[in-house]
Design a protein around this ligand. Sequence first.
Ligand SMILES: [Fe+2]
Length: 344
Amino acid sequence: MRKYKTVFSSFHTLYRLTTSLSDSNNFVIGITKLYKNIFKAEKVVTVCKVSNSHNFIKVNIENKKQVVKKGGLSILTKREKEILKQNREVILNNRMICPFIFVDTLGAVYIKRKTKNDIFDDLDKRWFISLSEQVSIYLKIFSLYQEQRKIMLNYIKSLSNILNNYIPTSYLHTKSVSKLISALGKEMKLTKAEMKSLEYASMLHDAGKLQVPSKLLKKQRPLTNKEYEIIRKHPKTGASLIKDLAALKPVAPIILHHHEKYDGTGYPSRLKKDNIPLGARIMSVIDAFDAMFFGRPYKKRMKLKSIEAELKKQTGKQFDPKVVHSFLKILKNKRIRKYLHSFY
Ligand SMILES: [Fe+2]
């Protein structure tokens, strides 16, 4: 009876592993540990294909030692390559092998108990095969999920390329921006997902300008009130451009509110202080930094010292003091400073 309970709880643990982990590496490590614990094995080796590539991840746990390898066929032993080719389960006294198959072979698992007398019983065998079938389904889901992310990233990149050709003035320097976002994200203790959303937003925040006549975008300032009105619509248009993409849902508020000001004088909603989504408050500092640091056709480049002074001056007016405080802190970081100086 106790064993049956463990069988059921192992399927539950597997489900929990799948829903709580967003990357396949940790998933493979998690299932290897799961196999080891529930089957009381001395050694477990799990090999899985990294989706849509010729690479593998191999997790080998023997006693308490865990080794994780990632790479091409060369990380597999001759025997492991054979197992992947065989495509069928092998059950021997104290050893079991099962491939992960979902249309294609996605990998395999090998488990071994210490002595030959410590044999796997009938329930173990059926349990091992059923669990491995479930793992195959989850591995397939991970691979489809990653495929979807790739498609979405390509969509963002092409949209951002079109955008940069159409409106070079709103181009953010992707590489440096992504470096700053990751440093600022760590400083402000943002989650990985929040940092990703900021990165996507940095590429798409001005996408709404695609609906502004290019004549108007190229016009040297000052603009008339009517012309400003047209330009001020771009956050709303930009957010509505991505509204049907579920995966970009957290990016929409950043795009919609990236021109709000901390004191409530921005647009489109005249939001104040913490009512402005955090991502948008960060985006507004990053956007301003990029414009000052790299310059714009209508604006000369500025030295870091003057940028810092300008950010301080706008603290509490245009920008959130907490964001400026963290941003100035990362600008003092030696590595970031060295990187930024390479652009002068
Ligand atoms: Fe904008």
